[in-house]
Design a protein around this ligand. Sequence first.
Ligand code: C2E
Ligand code: MG
Ligand code: MG
Length: 570
Amino acid sequence: MSEVAGPGHSPARVLLIEQDPRTAMLIGEMLRAGWTQSLIISHASRVTEASQELRDHGATCVLLDISDDADSLNALEHLAAANPSVPIIVLSSRAGEEFGLTAVKAGAQDFLRTAELNPGALARSISYALERKRSEVELAHQALHDPLTELPNRALFSDRLSVALDRARRTGAPVAVLFLDVDSFKYINDSHGHQAGDQLLTVLAERFREMLRPMDTVARFGGDEFTFLFEELESEREAILIADRISQSARQPVILGSDEGETTVQVSIGISIVTDPSVTPDSVIRDADVAMYRAKELGGDRFELYDETARVRASRRLDLENALRRAVDHSELRVHYQPRVSLSGETGLIGFEALVRWEHPDRGLIPAEEFVELAEDTGLIVPIGEWVLEQALGHIARWRQSRPGVTISVNLSARQLESPGLAAHLDAAVRAIGADPGVLCLEVTEDAVEHNPELAFRTLTALRAIGVKLALDDFGIGHSSIAGLRDLPLDSVNIDRSFVSTLGSDPEGAAVVGALVELGHALGLSVVAEGVETDEQLARVRDLGCDGAQGYLFSRPLPVDGVHALLGPT
Ligand code: C2E
Ligand code: MG
Ligand code: MG
């Protein structure tokens, strides 16, 4: 490679690719004759050599002679890839506008026939190619950048992320994407005007750009959303530290408009750390977006990591929800009945508690504990609860023929408690089985009451008015005040299993259960101990004054057949 420098400062650097040394010399002469400013000409005889030169040192312009090799149009591609901002002029001995057009389509900025070369034509062509390249680069820049902040736009961000993921697949180095959204941006726009909003975005963009390493990317994703791409992070912790620095820098005061004084903004950031680089760029961005939403939900001005386990949990829950809907339609639900015994006087059966079960085709019998909350959240508890009530009333009507005194307890959800027609509906249902409403005891938890205390209070009062008995379930673990309890129209309380289970092992346990019994009695209520599993627990709850008990010691919840076996022939 030979180099000849002309006089003057920041000379134009022309890279000539020409196999024939004599032609190269000739063209060099013409260049120096035609180009009036200072000039450096480098000469390469092969494309590979020239590509390296372009990569290492760049050039003002490339002159590529492809006269000798008709296939060498793909040389253009190599050169363009080596340095996309350098214009290329193709020289060829082949005649025809058509070939020239092909060359331009393949990436050249101009085309000259070797036979027509002269100093003036060469100089003109270089000026033309420079201008053309400049506007091409400008257009490409516009297509990939946000005009307001000059940051890369969404398209460029996705592209860089996709390249980063490719790299991560090869090197295993982790990639992190941060998704940032300005809190209350709409407020800024509404109160200070759109110009102030734009100004804020520009200031933020500038701050973000300044704090990043050259290899990192910050993009304006849209509106008040910015995305960040980090490669080769040391650890998850590093991503968190960066997120923290970013939100701190966003929090620095800004002056918007001319005389409005300082404003501060806060941002919410979602972080997605890619552990599996085979994912798509879109899914990484979506995960970070989801995490950002979570940060917003939690009140904003914070960052959240995208949590894969949370996603898995959510999707399992969705599966379960769909399965539960099917269960309702396909009659996979059952009601089991747990006997309840009296402790005052002679120990004997006084009733049953109806407990819903799900007979899952694959998983077997699922206890209420594992799906009632989901049913509650999805509203499925309403049809389920109605069905359980209907079943329970049907069964108790039958059982009372052999055991006239037994009652049935049914659990009521918060949603049912808030449905206005419940009392009237139950009144009709109890009458339909020809029973006294007092055979039915409805159990509500403190939580269900607390959900909407006024509405609950009204429903409970209406239920009481028709003669249905009412029990407070999970007594002791809720947050009701004693005054609140006193106001509720109740007949009994069920001391929660968690207190009963401490009897025998924990000396304070007896004191707590004793206090709960006393409180219940002081409120004029009868007290049932739940979850009695041992003889010792039974002895204690009896000594402490409980009126009734329920638990595995007496019986597990039984299917209908089991109850029939227990009751004997009817
Ligand atoms: P709960 O009303 O307090 O019911 C007692 C729970 O304790 C039942 O669990 C029962 O199987 C269990 N259990 C009873 N004795 C013992 C014992 O000695 N040891 C132990 N370890 N556990 C015992 P289950 O059936 O899983 O029900 C859980 C909760 O789900 C119930 O608590 C109730 O709040 C709710 N639930 C059950 N069926 C229904 C229903 O039909 N509708 C509504 N809304 N909620 C229901
Ligand atoms: Mg209960
Ligand atoms: Mg209970």
